[in-house]
Design a protein around this ligand. Structure first.
Ligand code: HEM
Length: 402
């Protein structure tokens, strides 16, 4: 079968130029105007259907004919997916639902509440470390450290291992074709570390998520070793760079919109709206993970052939003018901001959504309370952004009165 029903248009290559990396939304607007479901060559060199419309994205994320399992890809995969193949993120029902239920059962109310109690303290302690300096890299000194600490705590990663563990995770998450080897080595290192941690928790269970997952397995005998490992790794990877990105992106959006910043300062209770609007305006999971058509299907009236890749842009959907009025405006009073797709949609909707929301609300609340004259120390146009499917600045220089 001809796998490529529409030739990628050479003009589409211009969509992913240097400006796209800095600000992808104008590219998405141009693309959506041509077609919200468009076959093209991605910056990774892979061809895929890129979905940029709000309704079309919701449709793609709930289409049972679109699989998360890379075995449906008729061509080669990126070479990094298989080791995570047993994670819920990369599986369809019934395996997906079984794993999500088992892992989700370890996310107990009590465990989340215990974490919440620590959040404000952890945020304050991190701020204490740089408050006297009058300047900081918000990404490195705060936004990344808070969720790494929290997810490390949740999984039961010993304190002394967290920095090294974070470096490995970071190398893997931001991978590009050029850094593929480093990413593969980092993933191997992460696998090895997690396997050791799981073995240690089996011998000596603690009050942590990995021990709870081991126990769930031992009681039901339904989580294989491979699944346990892949899902523990998924929780770590999914739980920190995204959360860090949202803390940074929300801060950045506020600093670039002084009238919104003034509104937030006047009424800190707006922090809930701030988090939802930041997820809409500049969510850190800008593109979803890949999906493959198990059979021919139709998305937004466009025929997608069996074996073809579908990549959904959550960021583009969140700026679709057919769904959000004046979508490029950052506005804390937007009543329907929480209709964003920044945490996904359908059966793979973010498992850590509530945790992420509480983390980011606490982080932003403490940050702006403690550093009332926080300012950006770089031009927005000069910021460098993480490569890959996420959207977060690599670093975010800030200044403030010590
Ligand atoms: C899934 C975003 C934080 C765990 C997802 C998906 C998105 C997302 C968009 C769906 C991906 C897809 O369909 O391709 C985010 C954002 C976060 C965040 C923006 C922070 C602001 C977290 C945290 C955790 C977590 C803190 C765990 C501690 C997961 C898991 C899945 C997932 C386990 C897979 C769910 C499934 O396949 O059923 N997340 N996430 N995430 N997220 Fe999050």
């Amino acid at each position: 079968m001809e796998r490529c029903p529409v030739r990628p248009d050479p003009a589409d290559a211009a969509l992913f130029d240097a400006d796209y990396q800095r600000d992808p939304y104008p590219s998405y607007a141009r693309l959506r105007a041509v077609s919200p479901v468009r076959y093209l060559t991605l910056p990774t060199g892979l061809t895929a259907w890129l979905v940029t419309g709000y309704e079309e994205v919701r449709q793609a994320l709930t289409d049972p004919l679109l699989s998360k399992e890379s075995r449906y890809d008729a061509e080669s995969t990126d070479g990094l997916s298989p080791s995570m193949g047993a994670s819920m993120l990369n599986l369809d029902p019934p395996d997906h639902d079984r794993l999500r239920r088992l892992v989700g059962s370890a996310f107990t109310r009590r465990r989340m509440d215990a974490l919440h109690d620590k959040l404000a303290d952890s945020a304050d302690r991190l701020i204490d470390e740089f408050a006297a300096r009058g300047q900081a890299d918000l990404m490195r000194d705060f936004a990344l450290r808070l969720p790494v600490g929290m997810i490390g705590e949740l999984l039961g990663v010993p304190e002394e291992d967290r920095d090294a563990f974070f470096e490995l995770a970071h190398d893997y998450v931001g991978f590009t074709p050029e850094t593929r080897e480093r990413a593969a080595a980092a993933l191997a290192g992460l696998n090895e570390y997690m396997a050791k941690l799981i073995a240690a928790k089996k011998n000596e269970p603690g009050d942590d998520l990995i021990s709870a997952m081991v126990e769930a397995r031992d009681q039901e005998q339904r989580l294989t070793d491979e699944e346990l490992l892949a899902n523990a790794l998924l929780l770590f990877l999914a739980g920190h760079v995204t959360t860090a990105g949202l803390i940074a992106n929300a801060t950045l959006a506020l600093l670039r919109h002084p009238e919104q910043l003034a509104a937030f300062r006047a009424n800190p209770d707006l922090v809930g709206n701030l988090v939802e609007e930041a997820l809409r305006f500049e969510g850190p999971a800008e593109l979803s993970t890949m999906r493959w058509a198990k059979q021919d299907t139709v998305i937004g009236g466009v025929a997608v052939g069996k074996g073809e890749r579908v990549l959904v842009s959550l960021g583009a959907a969140n700026r679709d003018p057919r769904r959000f009025t004046d979508p490029d405006a950052f506005d804390l009073s937007r009543a329907d901001a929480n209709q964003h797709l920044g945490l996904g949609h359908g059966s793979h909707y973010c498992l850590g959504a509530q945790l992420a929301r509480v983390e980011v609300r606490t982080a932003l609340g403490r940050l702006f309370a403690r550093l009332p004259d926080l300012r950006l120390a770089a031009r927005y146009a000069d910021l460098e952004w993480m490569p890959g499917i996420g959207r977060a600045p690599l670093s975010l220089p800030i200044v403030f009165t010590p």
